[in-house]
Design a protein around this ligand. Sequence first.
Ligand SMILES: Nc1nc2c(ncn2[C@@H]2O[C@H](COP(=O)(O)OP(=O)(O)OP(=O)(O)O)[C@@H](O)[C@H]2O)c(=O)[nH]1
Ligand SMILES: [Mg+2]
Length: 428
Amino acid sequence: MGNPNFEHKKRLMPKSALLVRKYQKGIRASFIGFVIMLTLVFILHTPSPTHNQVTNNNNNNNNIPLNQNSFGSNAINAARLSEDYLIPFTDKSQGVTQPLDDGIKVRAAMVTLARNSDLWELVKTIRHVEDRFNNRYHYDWVFFNDEPFSDEFKKVTSALISGKVKYGVIPKEHWSIPSFIDLKKFEKAKKEFAELNVPYGTSTPYRHMCRYQSGFFWQSELLDEYEYYWRVDTDITIFCDIQYDLFKFMKVNNKKYGFILSVSEYEQTIRSLWRTVKQFAEKFPKYIAKDNLMGFVSDDDGETYNMCHFWSNFEIVSLDFYRSEAYRKYFEYLDNSGGFFYERWGDAPVHSIAAALLLDKSELHFFDGLGFHHPDFYSCPIEEPIRLQNKCTCDPETDNTWLDYYFCTRQYFNAAGYKTPPGIDKKK
Ligand SMILES: Nc1nc2c(ncn2[C@@H]2O[C@H](COP(=O)(O)OP(=O)(O)OP(=O)(O)O)[C@@H](O)[C@H]2O)c(=O)[nH]1
Ligand SMILES: [Mg+2]
């Protein structure tokens, strides 16, 4: 007779429990094995801490590791590898490719010229650029000012930016009236501009700004470590997700000058600019590129300027282009003529004429699919599937890109020999 209690338990136990008891050892061993296997799988698939840390600090070398684990980067790559990923018609007609993120960045930075008083307008701009682009890449951002930046400016901007931030004070000689300027002639010019109601025609700081953007910012040692820059003005908006690295794009496609909008210049402000450019070209023909883009800036093969220029409040440029002997000589020549002061030459026509004449036309690029605004004009991608894919928030009705009056993007496409997208004729 056995133990009555045991007998009782035995009766109450289900059959499965009896089986568990029978194979207890084997089950325990399999369970431990399973746990060990799970732990190994987990360890092998977790990136090492050193891999995670590579990004934010940084960026003095050519091949800079990009944090693939940073927000969105892998997701964007996955989306872009899918067959459904669309690139704008204009990228196809310009024959460019959008690079995939491979963990390697180029040496590049956003650059902003700003006053302390621009801070609260600028913070919105920084958010646009960070949210739509830089939160995945963590590129540096360099600020310049003709006065020291306030502590508040530095504190607020650096809190918003995901890369390294630098603040530079512009040397006096880059932001003052040079000794070769005849002050009486300068005052007379400003009076005349006041009568003509030329925008910023009487402003001296505005002239310093245009001259600085034309010939000096790229000389700053704060930019020595970079190969490309994106000019971000304080008063711009980006409307779409930018799903690729714009700087790497420049490099892999061998581009030196990238723009988004192109417009006509106010003729009064540059009365003698083309004459001066022609003198420069006659004196230094070796700097004029053989396969240049003269057709963008002139309708009569160089005789006169047609006022077309790239709107420089958005430009992504190879700094080596500005640092080149050709561009330095060009700027020096223009500057010595005094036109930045006696007239009111803008950096936009100065940059654009240089890009059109000193570069090979294949080295320029029209950016599409980004969505951009600077008062008072908009770039909003013409193709709806692109706007939806890139989560654009601009109203397509506002787009000025393809208007054939005052705007010059069609001129650019014609001069460069690229096909324009279907549908632009509705935009006349
Ligand atoms: N530090 C400094 N920055 C300036 C000065 N003037 C303009 N800037 C900056 O230079 C950039 C271009 O200046 P804007 O005043 O916007 O010139 P603009 O775009 O030709 O003119 P708007 O059509 O009025 O916007 C902006 O990022 C300004 O914040 C100045 O006197 N000092
Ligand atoms: Mg502006």
